[in-house]
Design a protein around this ligand. Structure first.
Ligand SMILES: Cc1ncc(COP(=O)(O)O)c(C=O)c1O
Length: 396
């Protein structure tokens, strides 16, 4: 399908080529194994098959390929502008990326703490050395990796992909962009220089808090073939049920993410203006917000953006996750219990809004920080809910 076709049209039609039955809704395939042809003269043993043909309609065993995951990957290959390979989780996708590239050094920021767990596994096995994200360019050598998460977990603040691509490539290193917080429709890291794009598909690709998955996308055919071969032996494929749910979810990806991102920018703008209002009226939302909130963090209000890279990188919105920092740890512990429309839980990207006192799952962040994943509720209801809870905490 032409890359000029719109995101939602691709979400709905990129897999039309796989419609081998007349069902409008894709059938659910649960089989782990598939019959060979009944024609003995047409039997081709696995060792003699042309695996590079990648025919997504022929399957032998679901650790290699299966109908629903092929559909899921076909749609994502179109949306991500590169060959997409799906995994059982975001972390297994990162594991596969590091297995492919096997770098000596990896330059990485704080970001999602689980990625550091994967890096620690590789350090144990291969001696992989971790460098800070702002390391000097010549600390990197050929074949090394920069892993850039943008926007970054948990704050939702963005980094300049082109600048990190330039830094990596100047040393013969590769750039992996973890674009989980900005799915297709918000950000395309390839034209900005990414070599591999990674997603925790558990978040916006799944979109309903009911499946785990990870995705890697590459524009290099040799890497795509290697990733598919490696995955057979790492065994970290997406399950059949999850893949079917994933296809269902991708149909609405763009519209979900755009609405969630718009609502987020509205909430962030409300909080940011209130926080910086001078002489707020007695008893107003502004007073409550200034009493309990120390900061609001999101790409839409991030300080120190020089030049227009952010608007170019994220032309359609700045992502559906933001963070707030309360004045006191006690307030951060209490806020989630006072909200009606935000469930207190980890993860993000679902249709329902979540809030997490981030200390619950990540010991490395400020204990006053709460991460908010904005869902599809009416944004004014979310604003009212937060405003009321801030007033209660401020004792207004
Ligand atoms: C930015 C980012 N990358 C990777 C992951 C890991 O994904 P998964 O939980 O699907 O393994 C997460 C999970 O929260 C994440 O937020």
């Amino acid at each position: 399908m032409a890359q000029s076709t719109g995101t939602s049209t691709r979400s709905l039609h990129a897999d039309d080529v796989l419609n081998v039955v007349t069902d409008v809704a894709p059938p659910m395939h649960l089989s782990t194994t598939f019959r060979y042809t009944a024609n003995p003269s047409a039997l081709v043993p696995w060792a003699n098959l042309d695996h590079s043909s990648g025919d997504p309609t022929t399957h032998t065993y679901s650790r290699v390929s299966a109908p629903s995951s092929s559909r899921f990957e076909t749609i994502l290959s179109s949306l991500l502008n590169g060959k997409a390979v799906a995994y059982s989780s975001g972390l297994s996708a990162l594991h596969a990326a590091l297995t492919l590239l096997n770098p000596r050094r990896i330059s990485v920021g704080e970001g999602y703490h689980g990625c550091h767990g994967v890096i620690a596994l590789f350090s144990r096995m291969t001696g992989l050395q971790k460098l800070p994200l702002d390391c000097a360019p010549n600390d990197l050598q050929t074949g090394d990796v920069i892993l850039l998460e943008t926007p970054v977990n948990p704050t939702g603040i963005a980094f300049d992909i082109s600048a990190f691509a330039e830094k990596a490539h100047s040393q013969g290193a590769y750039l992996i962009v973890d674009s989980t917080f900005a799915p297709p429709g918000l950000q395309d890291p390839f034209p900005l220089g990414a070599d591999l794009v990674m997603h925790s598909g558990t978040k916006y690709f799944g979109g309903h808090s009911d499946l785990l998955c990870g995705v890697l996308a590459t524009q290099r055919e040799d890497w795509a073939q290697q990733l598919l071969t490696d995955r057979i032996f790492i065994g970290s494929v997406m399950g059949n049920m999850e893949s079917w749910l994933g296809v269902r979810s991708l149909r609405t990806l763009e519209i979900r993410v755009q609405r969630q991102s718009e609502s987020t920018s509205r909430l962030v703008s409300w909080l940011h203006s209130a926080l910086h209002a001078s002489n707020p009226a007695r008893g107003s939302d502004e007073v409550a917000i200034q009493t309990v909130l120390k900061d609001v963090l999101h790409a839409s209000v991030q300080p120190e953006v020089q030049g227009d890279w952010l608007k170019k990188q994220m032309p359609n919105g700045f992502g559906p996750v933001f963070s707030i920092v309360m004045k006191e740890e006690k307030m951060a512990r209490e806020l989630p219990s006072r909200l009606h429309f935000f469930q207190h839980a980890t993860s993000l990207g679902g249709v329902e809004s979540l809030i997490e006192w981030r200390t619950m799952s990540d010991a490395s962040v400020d204990r006053r920080l709460l991460r908010i994943s904005v869902g599809l509720e009416n944004w004014e209801d979310l604003k009212t809910d937060l405003g009321r809870a801030f007033r209660e905490l401020a004792d207004l």
